[in-house]
Design a binder for this molecule. Structure first.
Ligand code: PSV
Ligand code: MN
Length: 428
């Protein structure tokens, strides 16, 4: 495992430069007098983004997958990887499980294992997009033509039962939320009645919602296409909102950054959902074309910054208490290296949003002064906030340079030696 003392040792030779960089950034912020560096660092240090259990192994496309070696073979090993990640970033305190890819025989023992390692369970994810023996009564039903939207009541029941099972498992693990992403839709015009499908999903979600314990939340995650290519039942944020409203008061919408048609104004989607109190959480990633599942902030960092600006505005100076998670497919990079970079990108966007001079921005908006508004936003976006993020990480025991620390500590090599070169983690 990654040892905090080793991380501190690796930080040692970098400290002097880090201090200088930090003073430079803090000095710049103090000159503009709008924001104090110390407050920003503390706010950043309190933030955490969950790691998905299914993205600790190499991802792939339908054309192929090239496993990196040393991939986690069990949920315990996935937890070990998240511990290592958090030891470096200081910002990944939880793991999100996907059932039945994760289906512990002894949930209490797994909870104990995670708690001992300082890892909590974020939202639980159900899976009705594959026919797994445990969800389809050993193949007696099939989700080929949908799950909650299926015309066959027996299949709908199986989908509801599976979601209830996931909630019950989550209760035993100490999770407090269920994310429902559905594959339901059609591939061919005329294949199914669009309205009938939607109504059946709304009814199914309401029944699942009824089974949520007190204090639990449920998230509806929309996606415009894939695996259904002509129409998807939960297709966009409007459909997601209607479904969350139909499900009940504990339901809200989860925004996966890759699940939008090209050029969608995602920050505005965030603003709308927050306005009506139905913004539940995020799956962070980035994309060039669609649901590419690329490293967060690697393609459109300005968009990520604008999304965080909306979050900070709706949380009144800090992001609201939502479910934040990374959802990516690490096809080429070491998954842990990609998660390190994504976590960094998320924190950078958050830091940039925190250094926006919100008073001047509000005044520019009141004065119909778009030039000044742009000036304010871009001044924040172009501020070098890396030292603030690094300092927050350092205070949480993490590495000043997490990627190079990860490599120096040879974590992957050690996992290959321990788990084998040809292990393949569960997931897509
Ligand atoms: C669907 O593309 C999705 O974003 C959902 O969150 C799923 O649960 C996850 O990916 C599965 O890989
Ligand atoms: Mn997702």
């Amino acid at each position: 495992m990654i040892d905090r003392e080793r991380v501190a040792e690796l930080n040692q030779p970098l400290l002097a430069d880090h201090q200088r960089d930090l003073e430079h950034t803090a000095g710049g912020l103090e000159r503009s007098a709008a924001v104090q560096a110390e407050g920003v660092i503390r706010t950043l240090a309190a933030f955490s983004v969950a790691a998905p259990s299914w993205a600790l192994g190499t991802g792939g496309t339908r054309f192929g997958r090239f496993p990196i070696g040393g991939e986690p073979r069990t949920t315990e090993e996935k937890i070990d990887d998240v511990r290592a990640l958090h030891a470096l970033t200081g910002a990944n305190r939880s793991i999100s499980l996907h059932v039945p890819w994760d289906d512990p025989a002894d949930p209490e023992a797994l909870r104990e294992y995670a708690t001992t390692g300082g890892v909590a369970f974020d939202a639980m994810n159900s899976n009705t997009f594959q026919d797994n023996p445990s969800t389809t009564h050993d193949g007696k039903v099939s989700f080929k033509f949908g799950s909650l939207a299926n015309i066959d009541p027996g299949v709908r029941e199986a989908a509801i039962e599976h979601n209830v099972y996931v909630i019950e498992l989550g209760v035993r693990l100490g999770s407090r939320a269920l994310t429902v992403w559905l594959p339901d839709g059609t591939n061919h015009p005329g294949q199914a009645d669009l309205r009938g499908q939607f109504e059946r999903v709304a009814e199914g979600l309401a029944r699942i919602h009824d089974r949520l314990p007190d204090g639990w939340k449920m998230f509806t995650e929309h996606k415009p296409y894939e695996p259904a290519f002509y129409s998807t039942v939960n297709q966009d944020w409007g459909s997601s909102l209607l479904l969350a409203q139909a499900a009940g008061p504990k339901a809200s919408c989860l925004v996966d950054l890759g699940h939008h048609l090209p050029n969608a104004n995602i920050e505005q989607v965030v603003s709308r959902l927050a306005m009506v109190g139905r913004l539940g959480g995020f799956h962070f990633n980035d994309s060039k074309y669609g649901d590419d599942d690329l490293t967060t902030g690697s393609i459109q960092p300005y968009q990520l910054f604008l999304i965080f600006c909306e979050l900070v505005a709706s949380g009144n100076g800090r992001v609201p208490d939502l479910a934040y998670m990374v959802d990516q497919s690490h096809n080429l990079k070491d998954p842990l290296e990609d998660l390190i970079q994504s976590t960094e990108a998320i924190l950078l966007a958050y830091a940039q949003a925190l250094v926006v001079d919100r008073g001047t921005l509000a005044a520019a908006q009141d004065d119909n002064d778009p030039a000044l508004a742009q000036e304010v936003l871009q001044a924040a976006f172009r501020t070098d906030v890396r030292p603030l993020v690094a300092e927050a990480r350092r205070r949480n025991g993490g590495a000043l340079a997490p990627l190079s620390a990860y490599r120096s500590l040879a974590y992957r090599e050690a996992r290959i030696a321990e788990r084998g070169r040809h292990t393949v983690a569960t997931g897509l």
